[in-house]
Design a protein around this ligand. Structure first.
Ligand code: OFO
Length: 170
């Protein structure tokens, strides 16, 4: 049985994951209509992953005799000035999610809830991957600068990532 405190905190995380899913879908849509089909594909897939994160929390909470509640979501931006600005925002959002997961772990430790702590460790590791992946994209964008050809290659690279290829296209 999960504590009321943790139930509330996990429901807040469900909201964050659902928001992440919609945020990346809105970003994918911007990319799709602004000449970046590879980035769009990458972000649509990422949106699906975030929904999967949300579902993990929903099932866990329900399995622990808690009650998962879907909440009203914040409005999303639909316009970006550039792909650079968009991916800077993805990185900032992932850093925010990492802080949120860490706060949840802190709460588990305070409450000595080892089961939830154990469940959250998957997300702790996932956040290392997510931040590192997005940081890599942001770094590439900084290297490209104003080069249109560079953006063309970056878009192909992101398409490859979405298809499960590595940076070298292996
Ligand atoms: Fe991108 O990790 Fe969930 O929100």
């Amino acid at each position: 049985m999960i504590s009321k405190n943790l139930e509330t905190a996990l429901n807040e995380q469900i909201k964050i994951e659902e928001h992440s899913s919609r945020l990346y879908m809105a970003m994918a849509s911007w990319c799709e209509t602004n000449g970046f089909p590879g980035a769009a594909r990458f972000l649509y897939e990422h949106s699906d992953e975030e929904r999967m994160h949300m579902l993990k929390f929903v099932h866990f909470l329900n399995d622990r005799n808690g009650k998962s509640v879907l909440q009203a979501l914040d409005e999303l931006p639909s316009e970006y000035n550039s792909l650079e600005e968009l991916f800077d925002k993805v990185l900032a959002h992932e850093q925010y999610v990492t802080r949120s997961i860490n706060n949840l772990v802190d709460l588990c430790l305070q409450e000595k809830d080892h089961t939830t702590n154990n469940f959250l460790q998957w997300f702790v590791m996932e956040q290392i991957e997510e931040e590192s992946l997005v940081q890599g994209i942001v770094d590439k964008i900084k290297l490209i600068g104003a080069s249109k050809g560079g953006y063309f290659h970056l878009d192909n690279y992101l398409d490859g990532l979405a298809a499960g290829e590595t940076a070298e296209g292996e």
